[in-house]
Design a protein around this ligand. Structure first.
Ligand code: DC
Length: 223
């Protein structure tokens, strides 16, 4: 069984998806981490992440893989565990920029589909229900107001000891919303058969419970 969870930045996708996957006994795949790793590779090589040709030229030398340990999914860039390096605000923007480039998407979508072919997965991202796994049995579009999403991300950064400014966090989020939704190839949008879940006023536990309820109901229907 496949569960697709899409939505804009800061809707709580990763935290909620990780918890829901654990509860359901599914493997959680965070596809945003893959775009972040490509963004990080470009930034490290001094390539402008909006330069399609420049980014495309390094793709053959980039190998992305994932593994799991007690803290969850770990992401590797050419064998190096870069999980701790990909969460900085500048890498969020770099990820959103490289994600516009079709060659980047095709490379990562191949890996995502390969992982889903062999496991029961709960995969989160922007285009999982619409493009990566169009046959997913459960599709959820998780969203919240931009103020709430920016506030959540701001708190997360502060808790990690990363210096942040709320207005800047909100501006980055608005930039990413626009960039992710308006790109031509596999933009962020709810799949026609998705359930929209606005969690502005829901707690983390309530969102997780809601997703598990939907998944359990679908599973029962299938049996
Ligand atoms: O979910 P996230 O914030 O870690 O994702 C980082 C960026 O990667 C996001 O701004 C857009 C891009 N992305 C994408 O285009 N498609 C996905 N399936 C996942 C992420």
């Amino acid at each position: 069984m496949k569960i697709a969870i899409d939505g804009p930045a800061g809707a709580g996708k990763s935290t909620i998806s990780k918890a829901a996957a654990k509860k359901l006994g599914f493997i959680y795949i965070d596809t945003g981490a893959m775009y972040r790793a490509v963004g990080l590779a470009a930034v490290r090589q001094g390539i402008d992440t909006t330069d399609t040709e420049g980014v495309t030229s390094i793709l053959d030398d980039i190998e992305i893989s994932i593994s799991y340990d007690e803290s969850g999914q770990q992401i590797f860039l050419n064998g190096e565990n870069v999980s701790a390096h990909i969460r900085l605000p500048e890498i969020s923007v770099a990820a959103s920029n490289v994600a516009v480039i079709p060659a980047v998407r095709l490379k990562l979508v191949e890996l995502q589909r390969e992982l889903a072919a062999h496991n029961d997965v709960l995969m989160d991202g922007r285009d999982i229900g619409t493009y990566v796994l169009p046959d997913a049995e459960v599709k959820i579009f998780l969203t919240a107001s931009v103020e709430e999403r920016a506030m959540r991300r701001y708190r997360e950064l502060v808790e990690k000891g990363i210096q942040a400014d709320f207005d800047e966090v909100k501006a980055d989020m608005e930039y990413r919303d626009k960039n992710d939704s308006e790109r031509e190839f596999a933009p962020l949008k709810p799949a026609e058969d998705s359930i929209i879940l606005d969690n502005t006023d829901l707690s983390l536990e309530q969102s997780v419970d809601k997703i598990c309820e939907i998944a359990e109901a679908r599973k029962a229907e299938k049996q």
